[in-house]
Design a protein around this ligand. Sequence first.
Ligand SMILES: O=C[C@H](O)[C@H](O)[C@H](O)COP(=O)(O)O
Length: 229
Amino acid sequence: MAELEALKQQAAVRAAALVQSGTRIGLGTGSTARYAILELGRRLAAGELEGVMAVATSQASEDLARSLNIPVEPLTPEPLDIVIDGADEIDPQLNLIKGLGGALTREKLVEVQARRFAVIADHTKLVSRLGEKAPLPIEVVQFGVDSTVERLRALGARGELRRDAGALYITDNGNYIFHAHFPENASLASLERSLKGVLGVVETGLFLGMATVAYVATPEGVRELHAGA
Ligand SMILES: O=C[C@H](O)[C@H](O)[C@H](O)COP(=O)(O)O
């Protein structure tokens, strides 16, 4: 476990080194993104970086950034120079499953505006096919959730609403999360289109064609991955 934490940190530090003074950055969410935020805070405090502005993908990341004196602003239509975030699964095309930390909607809203979206992870997140290990988190509105879940099941989804310590998990946006499994042969693009068409679905954790680079830490070092390479 301690070894995986060290790997996450190595990937995060590598990506945080890409951030330059005076740029607009997006801060991801989760245990790996947390290391990147800590490293950015360290670089700012050390005077290696100045004049950066950040947009956070969750309240937790915003709170951490503020505690490190990283200036945080709301998301505006202005592009972000770089966004650094973790992932739950990464396929060879750098398509991702994200959202096991519950932040998928804000993450997608921020990452779609990134000039560069750097994914950071340890090697256990690499898969040959999305859905191999992780469920797909789907954010759904609370009102009428049983009806929305029924519509998801009609599309072939198996799974359950996420619960933490017995209670339904509520996102920063006040919604629930459904953790879904789909048949192995589902095409990712058509699955995404179908899910986005389901009444009651706010957003899915499929991040297709969005990542520009991935830094994946292995016991042999940090690998820099590009789509299809
Ligand atoms: O909602 C959470 C995010 O998508 C995370 O980036 C993702 O779950 C990976 O988190 P971790 O780095 O903790 O494995």
